[in-house]
Design a protein around this ligand. Structure first.
Ligand code: THU
Length: 136
């Protein structure tokens, strides 16, 4: 089922709120994300950087891991918020992680202007490698 307008509103609000918790002292690039589960729950996350730069976790992955840790493995939508003039789409690593739990998820990226990206995970990561490839 595709998310209702009110679910999308709540999802975007959760992503914006999560951006406030971003820990980004190195890049100063704050990101908030939220995922909507098939059961209608919302889990949020922010980017968490590390002095050992490569250990940084993106906001989208934090949100996905939060949902999975909460027992929810089916994702139907993801919202990403950046406090920038233009919307930012999820990085490649996050696309792959989102694919694991929401291959058909709607993706909505918002920012501090009216600019937005409305797409789907399938469009962002066509012909994705995923769980199905290990079942043959
Ligand atoms: N970042 C995200 O949180 N999500 C993305 O999809 C792209 C990048 C974070 C990682 C790092 O903390 C900062 O943005 C700059 O790359």
């Amino acid at each position: 089922m595709s998310p209702s307008p009110s679910q999308i509103r709540r999802l975007v609000a959760a992503a914006r709120r999560a951006g406030k918790s971003s820990y980004a002292p190195y890049s100063k690039f704050r990101v908030g994300a939220a995922v909507l589960t098939a059961s209608g729950k919302i889990f949020a996350g922010c980017n968490v950087e590390n002095a050992s730069y490569g250990l940084t976790n993106c906001a989208e992955r934090t949100a996905v891991f939060n949902a999975v840790a909460g027992g929810h493995r089916k994702l139907v939508a993801v919202a990403v918020y950046t406090p920038t003039p233009e919307a930012t789409a999820p990085c490649g690593a996050c696309r792959q992680v989102l694919n694991e739990f929401g291959p058909n998820a709607a993706v909505l990226c918002v920012c501090d202007s009216a600019d937005r990206i409305e797409t789907t995970l399938d469009q962002l990561l066509p012909r994705a490698f995923g769980p199905k490839d290990l079942r043959s």
